[in-house]
Ligand binder design. Structure first.
Ligand SMILES: Nc1nc2c(c(=O)[nH]1)N[C@@H](CN(C=O)c1ccc(C(=O)N[C@@H](CCC(=O)O)C(=O)O)cc1)CN2
Length: 306
């Protein structure tokens, strides 16, 4: 979503001011079969436009002939003016190497929707990080199957949509959710949203729905991982942020973290300790997604972290 200038300052749709210098910064994400001189060709192309490379990370799956992934963040004066020519030049170089690529102006601020159920800790973390400017993204809306987050969310100027969900009304509820989301957001974050999304819903946002699972996947998938962990007598609990697919809790993992527990801790204490992990793991995953640092590769991810 392109930013707009308000009294000379670049702002996002939510009215968040865009830091100076961002207007001429872009990210280039490239993938394909690894071949010699790919990097020099791509960076040579950028240098012809006077680009200054701020950050560059690459990964090859093999020493030779495997798959290649590259993320370059760069600054170039008058980016918007030279963009069409730059895209033409990149198309030429990419085609010569059979590469896939996408160019993302950083000022094209991504629009996120947050979906939440009863638990508020993950939602609050995202709202706090957004307010503090940690996320250069817009929160276009919050959708919940519970009414009680509305006042806090709307006090921040963010629309709140309460859409109850029961087993009998699930499909109709998803119709309403998709009507609100389609064309209005770039990605969706499930901040402890406790309803399984239908394949129809997931297909609308391929690898653009991020869920925080309150367990260390692949262990303890499903709705009650802390109870299952307690019954198993684990010594570590964790949280997992992953892209959502139609198969429950089986999508590409973006980030995980763990903490130690022992026999003294009941399910309530596991939940309390786990909630701190959920907040930080989800925020990290959202931040990396917003910065185009996550590339899905099969059923895993390549994360070019900062
Ligand atoms: N298609 C997907 N939808 C969702 C995923 C996913 O990976 N794929 N993750 C869940 C989040 N989650 C665990 O992290 C989870 C949430 C809810 C359930 C569940 O069994 N829900 C029941 C209803 C429970 C209730 O009403 O309280 C259900 O939907 O029938 C399991 C796992 C979010 N969605």
């Amino acid at each position: 979503m392109m930013s707009t200038a308000v009294s000379g300052k670049l702002c996002s749709a939510n009215g968040k001011s865009i830091p100076d210098g961002i207007a001429d910064t872009a990210r280039l994400i490239v993938s394909g079969i690894d071949r010699p001189r790919i990097v020099s060709n791509i960076t040579g192309c950028l240098s012809q436009f006077g680009a200054n490379i701020i950050e560059s990370q690459q990964f090859s799956t093999e020493a030779h002939g495997g798959l290649f992934f590259l993320r370059i963040e760069f600054h170039v004066s008058c980016l918007r003016m030279i963009l069409p020519e730059l895209e033409l030049a990149l198309t030429y170089h990419a085609n010569a190497y059979g590469l896939s690529w996408r160019l993302v102006p950083v000022a094209d601020v991504k629009r996120m929707a947050i979906m939440v159920s009863r638990e508020e800790h993950a939602l609050n973390e995202l709202l706090m990080r957004w307010r503090s400017g940690d996320f250069l993204a817009d929160i276009s809306m919050v959708i919940s199957n519970h009414p009680h987050h509305g006042k806090a969310v709307e006090s921040l100027g963010i629309p709140y949509h309460y859409i109850p969900v029961t087993p009998d009304t699930k499909s109709a509820a998803e119709d309403k959710q998709l009507e609100l989301l389609s064309g209005n957001v770039d990605f969706v974050v499930l901040a402890r949203y406790m309803q399984i999304l239908s394949p129809r819903f997931v297909e609308r946002f391929p690898y653009r729905i991020i869920n925080i699972h309150h367990g260390l996947l692949p262990a303890f998938a499903g709705a009650n991982p802390y109870r299952a962990a307690k019954e198993r007598g684990v010594k570590l609990i964790g949280a997992t942020a992953h892209y959502v697919t139609s198969e429950l809790d089986a999508g590409p993992i973006i980030e995980q973290d763990v903490t130690r527990v022992d026999h003294r801790h009941g399910v309530a204490e596991l939940r309390r300790r786990g909630s701190h992990l959920e907040r930080s793991v989800l925020a990290t995953a959202v931040s990396w997604h917003v910065q185009d640092r996550v590339i899905v590769h099969g059923n895993s991810t390549i994360t070019f972290t900062n």
